[in-house]
Design a protein around this ligand. Structure first.
Ligand SMILES: NC(=O)c1ccc[n+]([C@@H]2O[C@H](COP(=O)([O-])OP(=O)(O)OC[C@H]3O[C@@H](n4cnc5c(N)ncnc54)[C@H](OP(=O)(O)O)[C@@H]3O)[C@@H](O)[C@H]2O)c1
Length: 331
């Protein structure tokens, strides 16, 4: 592949939101490496996707220890891409990783103990060839580990210089409030929460968003397109190469119900009237919340990244449009 020269105009194409009450800004669109960057994927294509994202002003790349498949391979591939293409751009990037889900066998390979979180981050740094990540997450709450231990590990990780900021993912509103307070008492603020949020899954509207706003914590929505369902991807069946067609895809054909598709068709018509794609409307709808810092999308094609960034041309909603969306979703 050619030597990579990032686009000179990359910072003109994107917007950046302040993350809660921190000093850090994130691109409103971030790229996640859960799918399409693993050992099973074409490395040069993954590399093209990262290059394109950065050319469009996307500065935030989201990983986790277990992304692949096989687990760990997305971090390995990203490390190679960093070394080959981004060696002189490290300070322009916000790289996150996480630990919480099963990564290695035995009692120390998942959940939220200090033992697991610190060992996992050390492994992630090795795989990516980094000295530190910008952001490290507790990937899920652990019902059997005291929250003080998990948050204490995050505090220690920041103090040891292995992460600049820490965050939490998949914590409920109440767990979030407690976690934020413990971190605050330790002197390490919680930068951000990463919950699932999209038109089909609105749980964060019932408390979590309010807690984040009150506490000054940022929010980055994962699976903002419901893994591709909230686009035109599945309107004419399950295309070859789509996530739902892949054996390791987390979106299964049975999730694509006729009931969901009926809503997607109506949403697609509404998006057309707004002169944007359904993906753009679905992302803009998430970013309408003032607490929302960014959406972390997945992409298997360059055109999908281009499409997402195009939302910036029409990010606002009339009150009637928001009501129409609510009506479709409730139908
Ligand atoms: N914290 C957590 O627990 C957690 C859990 C899950 C994900 N995440 C993070 O969130 C990131 C995004 O998750 P996700 O991949 O589920 O996000 P998503 O944006 O909801 O779905 C991405 C998929 O949608 C399709 N797509 C994207 N843009 C499109 C467009 N413009 N038109 C048509 N189809 C389009 C593509 O599917 P095809 O592959 O079919 O083309 C793409 O792979 C992950 O990479 C990860 O970083 C975090």
């Amino acid at each position: 592949m050619n030597r990579y020269e990032p686009s000179q105009s990359r910072y003109g194409a994107m917007e950046y939101n302040r993350c809660g009450r921190s000093g850090l800004k994130l691109s409103v669109i971030s790229l996640g490496l859960w799918h399409n960057f693993g050992g099973v994927d074409n490395f040069e294509h993954s590399r093209t996707l990262i290059r394109r994202a950065f050319d469009l002003g996307i500065t935030h790349f989201d990983l986790a220890n277990n992304y692949g498949p096989p687990p760990g391979s997305a971090e390995e591939n990203f490390g190679k891409i960093l070394k080959r293409d981004f060696a002189s751009h490290r300070d322009e990037l916000i790289i996150s990783t996480k630990a919480g889900y099963l990564m290695w066998p035995g009692p120390y390979g998942e959940w939220g103990s200090r033992k697991y979180l610190i060992a996992s981050l050390d492994q992630s740094l090795m795989r990516m060839g980094l000295e530190y990540v910008d952001l490290f997450y507790s990937h899920r709450p652990d019902p059997d580990t005291p929250l003080e231990e998990t948050m204490g590990a995050l505090d220690q990780i920041v103090r040891s210089g292995k992460a600049l900021y820490v965050g939490i993912s998949n914590y409920s509103a109440e767990q979030t409030r407690q976690a934020v307070h413990i971190l605050k008492s330790l002197g390490t603020p919680c930068l951000i929460h990463q919950p699932k949020y999209n038109m089909f899954d609105r749980w964060i509207e019932d408390g979590l968003l309010h807690v984040l706003w009150e506490e000054g914590v940022g929010c980055i929505a994962f699976s903002p397109l419901a893994q591709g369902l909230l686009t035109d991807r599945y309107l004419k069946g399950i295309p070859k190469g789509s996530r739902a067609s892949k054996p390791h895809g987390f979106l299964r054909p049975q999730h694509i119900t006729e009931e969901k598709l009926a809503k997607v068709r109506q949403l697609n018509d509404l998006a057309k009237r707004r002169e944007q794609s359904l993906a753009q409307m679905a992302l803009a709808w998430i970013l309408r919340h003032p607490t929302m810092t960014s959406v972390v999308i997945g992409a298997s094609k360059v055109s999908q990244i281009d499409d997402a960034v195009g939302l910036l041309k029409n990010p606002g909603f009339a009150q009637e449009e928001l009501q129409a969306i609510d009506t479709i979703l409730a139908g």
